[in-house]
Ligand binder design. Structure first.
Ligand code: 26W
Length: 818
């Protein structure tokens, strides 16, 4: 244990292990005489949880006593990863846990195998939410995460015959003691129904939303301890339950079994996470999920505020709501409905409160990912909200017409409702109009929002837009996942870097120290061997831990260009076959990631990688220098294994498309060198680690636009670049799928006749040349390790502690309460 255990006295005096044994018997009802690893795991969980709950309860009391302003972080996705190790670390209980486990001859690693990981998110956006929750607790902020307790998280990915197969992720099948259900005080949530108008005594028109279906929202709480500061926050995940009175209606209707079944369907709302992170599915169930969790959350917020007995105009002084993407933006009309219809506050005051309460983060500029909902659906499911949205829009457009008299087209461009063949509500416009802050997630991304995506709104609300470059938590993404490097860092820096990542700057000078470089390389090798063992076990393939570990791990999407990576691998393979005598730097290319189940092109790319891998890995001519590995079911746990073992991190999206990226930060923080485009946060990583220590290549965002405007013809590149043509022709033949020459014609066509929307071929040559440089420089061990150290040294800025502090100071106005 390189880091000091918490000095703070534990409220619980008994040893952790004693408590674990106690829980095995009295909470789990199992014999605790000779606990196996499952019992040890569950016992430990409960013992750790006790300690967390004590702190949580006192922190909640403190929030009321100090009348703190509260932050509500609303997100349809969270990806916390496994809890046990993280919570032990944060609470300073690691060595106590080791002592307990040693008695029964288990290691913490073995015990962690028992835990399953909550996959309550798709990728970047959900993981960011979890990193931020960690930082908020570590900074001691009065913060509350809110989301959905999906019964099934993101599908488990299996690879069968080279193709992705989706399996259900029944993560709760054994129960989960990290999650505490709160079956008392459920909230009723309404859907459908009608709006009744009436006049009150002084003639004001009032609205009442009545009838329809009621679904109950039950809280499940997940706890987030700060790092050794005694602070514990909570993420409240809503679960749908049938209304308790349903039996009565079925009785009246006569069809008992039928009505019960009907009502059980209500639970479907929180059944499963939508597995798409590109194009939203315009499905009723998805909108129901959004409204369900938002309505329950706003109930919680209003309930807590009412306890304070303060006038309504102080709601935004005591609360702030951060919307993670537009997914929870129905919160804006929902709060309007509560204020107007239930609290009988006038429109102007209600709107004033709303606009001071909400802040919105945008995470994507892909036009197909911008959320819209058909007016017709919204009118049926949420009739009162649709009325309110129309009224928000009417007043907003009136204002726009007044201020921009000479721009008659502007109102229709910024309207919350778009007139197409089908009228839809543009959720991003709703979020912008209803929020006091709108932020992008990297400098480039925010600039693109200003210049292109939300250009009209910049002129209407110039002060609302701001940048908050993403960050990652150093607790999970260095201290926890890279124990050997953490030891080395703490040996030279002390332990403070864990909560003050700028301290890493101080290892810059050690890059010149030969002994330090040696130790650095040993740490990296240990991690690479661990990954090699895993690959051997999972894929049955032996990889050389001294080869370059080149990793691309992220969701599969055309814009992320896993294709560019495979095209290059195939050309390396061709080169090797043609020149069997040349010496080549041994390389291991590793892929991980899931494709949305309905995204056929992305699934074809996974198939291509697996076919290429099969071919290359079994070719005796190239076996010792080139390996291609696809690791199935990429998730947080697998990421924690990959990140510390990576030499080269692939961040090669078409410039302008990756809002930020956060994987890029994890790899660089652990000493990987990035090969990347000038996209998202890659640009800022380059500025921090130094241009000599990153491999940026290819078209920049402006060049992508220019080239497209000039008329980009991928066939030209096909004709002129023989090496590239050979690779493409192989894909368009049965080379990798013997007997089936059309397996990849979809891919081939998208790159050529389809116009190559993501400019894969345009960047190919620059990419291949950059890889050549990398292979060369990797061979110079002193040079490479130096660069690796300088990457870690420069990454302090990308701590989520920094990011959260910026949100706190510039947007939220909340203060630490520790
Ligand atoms: C409604 C369908 C849908 C679902 C999720 C559309 C879009 C999304 C997310 C915005 C996708 C996402 O995770 N975006 C990623 O967010 C990260 C955190 O800010 C960024 O680092 C990534 O660049 C961005 O792709």
């Amino acid at each position: 244990e390189p880091l000091a255990e918490s000095e703070a006295p534990q409220a619980r005096n008994s040893a952790l292990g004693e408590d674990a044994l106690w829980h095995i018997l009295y909470s789990l009802g199992r014999d605790n005489a000779h606990p196996d690893k499952h019992k040890c795991y569950w016992g430990l969980v409960l013992a750790v949880r006790d300690r967390m709950l004590e702190k949580w309860a006192s922190v909640q009391r403190q929030y009321y006593e100090n009348d703190d302003k509260r932050l509500y972080y609303l997100s349809l996705e969270f990806l916390p990863g496994k809890f046990l190790r993280e919570n032990l670390l944060s609470l300073g209980l690691e060595s106590e846990a080791h002592t307990f486990l040693r008695k029964y001859s288990f290691s913490l690693d073995q015990i962690m195998d028992v835990e399953c990981e909550p996959g309550l998110g798709n990728g970047g956006l959900g993981r960011l939410a979890s990193c931020y929750m960690d930082s908020m607790a570590t900074l001691g902020l009065p913060a509350f995460g809110y989301g959905i307790r999906y019964s099934y998280g993101l599908f488990r990915q299996e690879i069968r015959n080279g193709r992705q197969v989706e399996m259900p992720d029944n993560w709760l099948h054994e129960g989960n003691h990290w999650l505490i259900p709160r079956p008392h005080g459920l909230y009723p949530i309404r859907f459908y129904g009608t709006v009744h108008e009436w006049q009150d005594d002084d003639g004001t028109l009032r609205h009442d939303w009545r009838g329809g279906d009621i679904v109950m929202a039950m809280a499940n709480d997940m706890y987030v301890p700060g790092y050794r500061n005694g602070h514990v926050n909570c993420i409240r995940l809503w679960e749908a339950r049938p209304h308790k009175e349903f039996v009565l209606s079925s009785f009246n209707a006569g069809d008992y079994i039928g009505s019960v079944q009907e009502k059980i369907k209500d639970e479907n709302i929180s059944m499963v996470l939508y597995p798409s992170d590109d194009a939203p599915e315009g499905k009723t169930l998805r909108l129901k999920q959004q409204y369900f969790f938002v309505a329950a959350t706003m109930r919680d917020l209003v309930r807590r505020f009412k306890k304070l007995n303060k006038p309504w105009d102080q709601l935004p002084e005591k609360n702030v709501v951060q919307l993670n993407e537009t997914h929870p933006s129905i919160a804006i009309p929902e709060l309007m409905r509560i204020l107007l219809d239930e609290e009988l506050i006038c429109w102007e005051d209600s709107w004033f409160i709303c606009q001071k309460l909400f802040a919105y983060t945008n995470h994507t500029i892909l036009p197909e990912a911008l959320e819209t909902w058909p007016v017709e659906l919204m009118e049926r499911l949420l009739p009162r909200h649709m009325q309110i949205i129309y009224e928000i829009n009417r007043r907003f457009l009136e204002d726009v017409r007044l201020h921009f008299r000479d721009e008659p087209d502007l109102p229709s461009r910024v309207s919350l409702i778009s007139d197409g063949p089908e009228k839809v509500v543009r959720m991003s416009h709703l979020a912008i109009v209803g929020s006091f802050s709108i932020n992008g997630v990297s400098a480039l991304h925010t600039q693109i929002l200003r210049d292109r995506v939300f250009h009209d709104f910049i002129r209407i609300f110039p002060d609302r837009f701001n940048n908050k470059t993403n960050g990652i938590t150093p607790r999970r993404w260095l201290r926890q996942c890279n124990v050997s490097l953490s030891w080395l860092l703490s040996e030279h820096l002390g332990c403070d870097w864990v909560t003050d990542l700028d301290q890493l700057e101080r290892i810059r000078e050690l890059a010149d120290d030969e002994e330090f470089r040696h130790d650095w390389e040993q740490c990296r090798l240990t991690n690479k061997k661990r990954l090699a063992d895993h690959i051997e076990k999972r894929n049955g393939i032996t990889v050389n831990p001294h080869s370059i570990f080149d990793v691309q791990a992220k969701r599969f999407h055309e814009y992320k260009r896993q294709l560019l990576n495979v095209l290059h691998i195939i050309s390396l393979y061709n080169h090797l076959r043609k020149n069997p005598e040349v010496m080549m730097q041994p390389r291991t290319f590793i892929f991980g990631g899931k494709a949305a189940p309905s995204y056929w092109m992305a699934k074809d790319i996974i198939y291509l990688i697996n076919c290429v891998a099969r071919r290359i890995n079994s070719d005796p001519h190239t076996r010792n220098v080139l390996k291609v590995i696809f690791l199935a079911n990429y998730n947080i746990s697998l990421s924690q294994l990959l990140v510390p073992a990576t030499d080269v991190s692939e961040q090669i999206s078409t410039a302008g498309y990756e809002a930020s990226g956060t994987g890029n930060m994890k790899f660089a923080l652990n000493g990987a060198l990035t090969i990347g485009t000038r996209d998202g946060a890659n640009i800022e990583i380059g500025e921090r680690v130094g241009q000599d220590n990153i491999y940026l290549f290819g078209l920049c965002e402006q060049e992508v636009l220019d080239m497209r405007n000039r008329g980009y013809d991928p066939w030209e590149l096909y004709k002129n670049d023989g090496e590239l043509r050979e690779v493409l022709d192989m894909i368009n033949s049965d080379e990798f799928t013997p007997g089936n020459p059309t397996a990849f014609s979809g891919i081939f066509n998208s790159l050529l006749s389809g116009g190559d929307r993501f400019m894969v071929l345009a960047d190919y040559r620059a990419y291949a040349e950059t890889h050549q440089r990398i292979a060369h420089e990797f061979g110079d061990r002193e040079l490479w390790i130096r660069k690796s150290i300088l990457n870690t040294a420069g990454m302090g800025f990308f701590s989520s502690d920094r990011a959260v502090r910026e949100y706190m100071d510039d947007i939220w106005g909340v203060k630490p309460d520790v």
